[in-house]
Design a binder for this molecule. Sequence first.
Ligand SMILES: [Ca+2]
Ligand SMILES: [Ca+2]
Length: 287
Amino acid sequence: MSAIVWGKMRVVGSCACFALLVACVSPNEVIGTVEDSGAAGAGGASGATGMAGGSGSCPRGLSGPRMVEVSTLDGDPYCIDSTEVTNSQYARFLVELVPPQAVTADPPFCDFNETFGPTDGWPPAADRANHPVVYVDWCDAYAYCAWAGKRLCGRIGGGSEEWLEWRNPRQSQWYNACSAGGAKQWPYGFAFEATTCNGLARGLGDVLPVGDSAGCEGGFDGIFDIVGNAAEWRDNCETTNLGRDDNCLRTGGDFLTESQNSLDCTDGPWSFRKATGPATGFRCCSP
Ligand SMILES: [Ca+2]
Ligand SMILES: [Ca+2]
């Protein structure tokens, strides 16, 4: 079952209209394996962060990427997915929700969200099982993380980040993890490296399998592609009043990002909550 609708995809810095394919996925459309895994093959060592990494006491056995424990400046550690959520991991979510899709898992400001199916590129080719899932809107990401027993990365200690606090390491799970507690502008170090993570300078024009860029690790050891590859939705939206048209952060840059001040931890670009695109994915946090 599928339906064609028209919508807009907002690309940071410009706007363009796309035909959006809203697809419902049946179990026999699942591709690849549905085994959950961390960053396969991503064994590169990052520069010293000065802060502890590793899996620590993170929950095991949850769906989605392996989690990495990160410390905070003020108190208890939390956990973040080691990679962006992959196509195969997301496919499992869709299978377990249909039929019918449990859109009631979404909060009220996601009432517009008629399907969790990616709006394009779905089902993915078999050789893209380990690529980050893209063409998902904010509500899809939020629902996936809840289904996995995690949450879309938000405020340290619980809830959503405040809109203007996106680069506050004492508040933001995503920023704290990317920047090693605010110490680094780029997760791998203190100087920009144009091709270490999958940005425009890599010239690939596409996402790579998660963890494929072994040097793109940090701000804590074991976290991959938090900058570049697919940009990542965060639980940080300007309001909840507009629902589909709320502005929500999608940060870290993506394979189309070039600037050293955007392919980094500190920039705070946003898109509409409803927006999807070829370069926007997500990862989850816990608790
Ligand atoms: Ca959706
Ligand atoms: Ca990323």
